[in-house]
Design a protein around this ligand. Structure first.
Ligand code: SF4
Ligand code: SF4
Length: 273
């Protein structure tokens, strides 16, 4: 029996690191879709003018650059986009004193309920993936941008923590569309609900679907021998999976030490020790 709570649907993402070029289109699409205001003043005020510009923004999906650490001709790099993992055992949920974040009963998406959040940031401290961000200032949208905000996505205020929710509103749209069409909203076809990052990726590196549904591509992909999950040994049971044929990439995913036995490639999160 699984140690984790089981849901009829388990939305999951599989990111093929070997396809990712690090272009950042996924981050841009996410910011746009989720009404994340540009915040150039924010971290500069906190960290000073010399702070690297790539940190001077809020983002729910960060693309990290990985290196194999080899100098010269053997050098290799990879790019790892990191949304919220929608953990099966989310440490952020259990520490929240306001019940402002929760694991949804269906789909397994970890929600953030902004009106309840009072900004203690316990959830940020407990998240091993640094997937949460804090609004240090009131969001300010450049002139005209307010006309492009996504309806059904709340605008967050100063003092609130926010994070990726797999574009939950798109799931609600897809369910409504299915109802209107007289179809079962709980049996959506594969492409009916796709987060903005997966839709925007120009190389098709991000797959999305129900990992419990054999008709969805992600079901097949999570059983690949090249699939792994980040920091899997912590027991967080992420719903975001990664793929790479490069062993050094898979080893970095679960922080394997140089002399430690490597990850066993056996599929469905092949980094179990
Ligand atoms: S990745 Fe972090 S924020 Fe997301 S569910 Fe897991 S612990 Fe919570
Ligand atoms: S959009 Fe696709 S290729 Fe570009 S950084 Fe994101 S995952 Fe990688």
């Amino acid at each position: 029996m699984s140690a984790f709570k089981e849901f009829p649907i388990r939305w999951g993402m599989v990111i093929d690191i070997d396809k990712c070029t690090g272009c950042g289109a996924c981050t841009v699409a996410c910011n746009k879709e989720n009404n994340i205001a540009p915040q150039p003043q924010q971290l500069e005020r906190i960290a000073g003018k010399g702070f690297p510009t790539r940190f001077k923004k809020l983002e729910w999906l960060t693309v990290y650059e990985l290196s194999n650490g080899v100098q010269g001709s053997g050098h290799d790099t990879a790019y790892l986009p990191r949304p919220c993992m929608q953990c099966g055992m989310p440490s952020c949920v259990s520490v929240c004193p306001a019940t402002a974040t929760d694991k949804n009963e269906n789909g397994g998406i970890v929600s953030q309920i902004y009106p309840r959040c009072f900004g203690c940031r316990y959830c940020m401290a407990s998240c091993p993936y640094h997937a949460r961000v804090f609004n240090w200032d009131q969001p300010v949208y450049p002139d005209g941008m307010e006309k492009q905000l996504t309806p059904n996505v709340s605008v967050r205020s100063r003092g609130v923590v926010e994070k990726c929710n797999f574009c939950h509103h798109r799931w609600m749209y897809a369910k409504d569309a299915a109802r209107v069409a007289g179809e079962d909203p709980n049996a959506l076809p594969e492409d009916a609900y796709i987060p903005a990052c997966a839709e925007a990726c120009p190389t098709g590196a991000i797959y999305f679907g129900d990992v419990k549904n054999p008709e969805h591509k992600v079901y097949e992909l999570i059983h690949s021998p090249y699939t792994f999950r980040l920091l899997e040994r912590l027991g967080t049971d992420p719903q975001v999976y990664y793929m790479s044929k490069r062993e050094w990439v898979r080893r970095q995913g679960d922080n394997y030490l140089e002399n430690e036995a490597g990850p066993v490639a056996h599929g469905n999160g092949g980094l179990h020790g």
